[in-house]
Design a protein around this ligand. Sequence first.
Ligand SMILES: Cc1cc2nc3c(=O)[nH]c(=O)nc-3n(C[C@H](O)[C@H](O)[C@H](O)COP(=O)(O)O)c2cc1C
Length: 236
Amino acid sequence: MKQLYISLIITALLYSCSNVQGNQTDATSTATPKATSGSLKAEVGETIKLNKPFENKATLMKALQNRKSTRSFANKPVNKQDLSNLLWAAAGVNRDNGGRTVPLLGDIAIYAAMKSGVYLYEAKNHELKKVLKDDIRAQISSQAPVKKAPVVFIMTIDDASFPGYMKKAMKEAHGMDFYYGNQVAYSTQNIYLYACANNMNAVVIGGFNRPKVDEILDLKSEHHSYLIQLVGYKKE
Ligand SMILES: Cc1cc2nc3c(=O)[nH]c(=O)nc-3n(C[C@H](O)[C@H](O)[C@H](O)COP(=O)(O)O)c2cc1C
């Protein structure tokens, strides 16, 4: 009987420890999660569940003070937790009604080009879908930092994501490019802020081969890339 009690107590202790670990990456946790290097391994067409965004000690004012463009990066991949946070900051869902971290009239489709291939961010489920197995970074731009950046975010807008009933008024008011450009800018600024507050470097790049990138990503005729953004850790 005594042995049974002891084994029950041990089982209960093990169970409570495993629960603590499981909660470490919860969005409400204020601690930096231990398991930050989850795998991004997937075949083309498969999706990878991203980590929940975690709170950290970086303040908005500190992020604004540190915000700048830097074009060099440590030669190491961005871990899954930081990648998850960057994408959530860029355009993640932050409300029960599906509202996002950035104001959107239509939608933004963000691709992440890395050594291991190209992935599409699916905000609704906070997932990354692998869309290409190749490393396309060297084909994106002639600017040298692009092929060395651990992550190249490609900000794209599909005209079809804008509400049809608004388009006539939008075209007459400012032209669609005005709205596309604005949508992209909010996401890139959020990425700058997260990166610059978390030991990472970032830069937006307008000088890239848009037709080539659109072709590689197999975008439809009214779906185009607008800006790319390089992100990686600071050099030690
Ligand atoms: C729309 C846009 C396009 C840009 N294109 C490039 C680019 O092609 N190459 C580059 O190195 N920097 C590019 N930049 C980054 C700017 O050079 C940088 O923001 C500017 O020098 C100010 O520096 P800061 O961001 O550190 O304040 C671009 C910035 C913007 C807003």
